[in-house]
Design a protein around this ligand. Structure first.
Ligand SMILES: O=C(O)CCC(=O)C(=O)O
Length: 279
């Protein structure tokens, strides 16, 4: 099961980059064939959702909880070029706590009422209620880019490198956010970012609709940030996917004090990836 992960274990350089910069880009993480398949499904799901919400073709769409809507989204959940990096950073007690798809047509923005860059850290109240500075990481996102955002103005994701270690948004003398860069992602690239990094979506001033799928991974004790509508599929999935989608064989206790059967990823890492079982 999942031996392809062994070919993409996290490197020391990736670990260091992510720890220091708070983000990293895995270029060509998924092949164009998969980009095309995922795009077809994303287009279908977008059309259905827009119809439901009464939105037109030029409206942006932020759609939470897409992961259970098609097998292609499950394929990306534990994809060989990205998932080993997720557990390489967070370890084995992990889950998908959140998925969202953002579609940004020409002239649209992805945030409701958004004008420029909507700088934020992820996870809402965690940023107010965790007392430390810097705060703990707790989760990260992997954004799969399906469209070509390799030029400026294509609703690029912006980040402030290194700002995951700063609770306050870094600003210049005029109180303007300082140090932001646009990520120029190509179709098939995966962008990893720490939930704490100051990041922003941006307006699309190009002719190319921006399409990206975001997978949020966290420790299993964090409550999901969306409805995680997966009850209709979870029973048919392999044990590691079940873990990722929120299963706990021993119930509530198993999220904070997991037994081996709650966390099959841990057993797999011990058997296959040289993990020695230490926390
Ligand atoms: O759409 C984007 O590029 C930004 C996404 C974002 O802000 C988020 O996932 O929290």
């Amino acid at each position: 099961m999942n031996d392809a992960w062994l070919e993409h274990l996290i490197t020391e350089e990736e670990e260091r980059t992510f720890a220091e910069q708070g983000y990293m880009i895995v270029e060509n993480a998924i092949p164009q064939e998969l980009v095309e398949r995922a795009t077809q499904v994303a287009d279908r799901v977008t059309a259905e959702e827009k119809e439901k919400r009464g939105l037109g073709p030029s409206d942006g769409l932020l759609m939470l909880d897409f992961v259970g809507k098609d097998d292609v989204f499950l394929e990306l959940l534990d994809y060989p070029t990205t998932f080993p990096l997720v557990w390489g950073i967070l370890g084995w007690n992990i889950q998908l706590y959140h998925s969202h798809m953002i579609i940004t047509p020409p002239n649209a923005v992805s945030g409701p009422g958004q004008k420029g860059l909507n700088w934020h850290k992820d996870s809402g109240r965690l940023n107010n209620e965790l007392e430390t500075d810097p705060q703990p990481r707790i989760s990260l996102k992997v954004a799969f880019f399906l469209s070509d955002a390799s030029e400026l103005g294509r609703a690029n994701l912006y980040v402030i490198p290194g700002s995951h270690l700063l609770n306050k948004l870094p600003v210049d003398e005029d109180k303007k956010p300082k140090g932001g860069i646009a990520i120029l992602a190509k179709p098939g690239d995966a962008v990893f970012f720490d939930r704490r990094i100051w990041h922003a979506s941006s307006p699309n001033t190009s002719e190319v609709t921006r399409k990206a799928l975001f997978y949020g991974y966290s420790y299993r004790w964090l409550r999901p940030r969306d409805d995680m509508t997966v009850g209709h599929i979870i029973g048919d999935l392999d044990p590691i996917r079940q873990q990722l989608l929120g299963a706990s064989a021993t119930g509530g206790h198993g999220y904070t004090s997991p037994k081996p059967e709650d966390v099959p990823l841990r057993g797999w890492m011990q058997e296959k990836a040289g993990y020695n079982g230490a926390d």
